[in-house]
Design a protein around this ligand. Structure first.
Ligand code: IMP
Ligand code: MG
Length: 179
């Protein structure tokens, strides 16, 4: 059972549900009549995205990108590559990038610059988790679910070597799992 690998729960299912609802309400208010293009960054954001869009009560488009900046370890390699691009044109559109976690910021600052070149009307960033203490790039999220301690966390879409994405809450692994 994957739950046995978790040392401590940081954010419970209940806390996440409440916070995601509040974020959805904020986005609904800010993007009413703008028909935002919600762009999920795969794979980490897929669980958050699925819950978030159901808390957004305005017309919106949904698209995904896949980027890779990590190997199977727990810290960034610094290099970002696009593995799957958008299937919609974003020129003149209001884009909201949906991320699981903003860590060094390398991934999101690259992605924001990449999408900015296509002349969208605006781009904002919505991240479930923010680890501001780890920031290397000058980037801020417009919508943040939770501030997160400087620990490697898993669950609710976040993985360690592709495991634990399906855990319904967010927690830290027991140290022996990394050995
Ligand atoms: P950044 O470019 O360093 O901001 O990294 C962002 C990406 O790294 C996220 O989208 C995650 O996929 C991954 N990541 C960063 N921190 C964690 C963590 O604590 N657990 C799992 N994945 C993480
Ligand atoms: Mg990842």
């Amino acid at each position: 059972m994957i739950e046995n690998d978790i040392e401590r729960i940081f954010f419970s299912e209940e806390e996440i549900r409440e916070r995601v609802k509040a974020l959805g309400a904020e986005i609904t208010r800010d993007y009413m009549d703008k028909k935002p293009m919600m762009v999920g960054v795969l794979k980490g954001s897929f669980v958050f995205m699925a819950d978030l869009v159901r808390a957004v009560n305005t017309y919106c488009d949904i698209d995904f990108m896949a980027v890779s900046s990590y190997g199977n370890g727990t810290s960034t390699t610094g290099a970002v590559s696009i593995r799957k691009d958008l299937s919609h044109d974003i020129a003149g559109r209001h884009v909201i990038i949906i991320e699981d976690i903003l860590d060094s910021g390398v991934t999101l600052s690259y992605l924001k610059g990449y999408l900015m070149n296509r002349q969208p009307a605006s781009i904002s960033i919505c991240t479930l988790l923010d680890k501001p203490s780890r920031r290397k790039s000058d980037i801020k999220a417009d919508y943040v679910g939770f501030l997160c301690p400087d620990a490697f966390i898993v669950g609710y879409g976040l993985d360690y070597a592709e495991d634990y994405r399906n855990l319904p809450y967010i927690g830290v692994l027991k140290p022996e799992i990394y050995e």
